[in-house]
Design a protein around this ligand. Structure first.
Ligand SMILES: N[C@@H](CCC(=O)N[C@@H](CS)C(=O)NCC(=O)O)C(=O)O
Length: 216
């Protein structure tokens, strides 16, 4: 029995939905409403003391932090593998996913943007400019890294979607949501488009989740 505690718009939860779908693992979803601030309530903080989603529950065990959970998923259900078979390949893909997970996503997370708007006194426009700045600059660096690779398909590593796309697709969803400029990221945009055409990614799309609300 597998349950994903998340939120339709959470890009970290989106990563897990994609990975579980690729592995063919069925799961229930419990929504923690980030818009309503449910993540800051006592009940949720007893589960995740940082007040963040996602959490994955499997047979009574709870797992936190999407990068750790993704590695656990890949180890628990090895086929199809999300990471390359060779150590050098894994290090390369993990470097790419770290650009997103460690350097882009944390500075444009909801609680950071709220603090920028409130404590920086910049309101919504300042918050949006902040998000665009860090998303675009981070993705342009990632574009430089991945564009240097030889590839025969649009996917970032090897000939099928894997861990790189598990992180990329939710980050580009976020980028579009904030109106970040992706003009200089053609390799990333092509990989995102090819991955989103696959059922595992399409079924993980925020818009088709049970707790989705009309965009706006
Ligand atoms: N490093 C964490 C980050 C999780 C995270 O930032 N989650 C966001 C949604 S994508 C969240 O719960 N934000 C709530 C808030 O900022 O109040 C992970 O990858 O699991």
């Amino acid at each position: 029995m597998t349950t994903l505690y998340g939120y339709w718009r959470s890009s970290a939860a989106y990563r897990l939905r994609i990975a579980l779908n690729i592995k063919g693992v069925g799961y229930d979803q419990v929504s923690v409403n980030l818009k309503e601030g449910e993540q800051n309530g006592e009940a949720w903080r007893a589960i995740q003391p940082q007040g963040l989603v996602p959490v994955l529950e499997h047979n009574g065990q709870q797992f936190l932090q999407s990068p750790a959970i993704l590695e656990w998923i890949d180890e628990t259900w090895p086929e199809p593998a999300l990471l390359p078979a060779d150590a050098a390949g894994r290090a390369k893909v993990r470097a790419w996913t770290s650009v997103i997970a460690c350097d882009i996503h944390p500075v444009q997370n909801l609680r950071i943007l709220k603090a920028v708007a409130a404590e920086g006194g910049t309101g919504f426009e300042g918050m949006k400019a902040w998000a665009q700045r860090w998303i675009t600059s981070g993705l342009e660096s990632l574009e430089t890294l991945v564009a240097a690779q030889d590839r025969e398909t649009p996917f970032l590593h090897a000939d099928r979607a894997g861990m790189a796309e598990v992180y990329l697709v939710p980050q580009l969803y976020n980028a579009r949501r904030w109106g970040a400029d992706l003009t200089n990221c053609p390799t990333l945009v092509a990989a995102d488009e090819a991955a989103r055409a696959l059922p595992a990614f399409a079924e993980a799309d925020p818009a088709v989740q049970p707790d989705a609300e009309p965009e706006g």
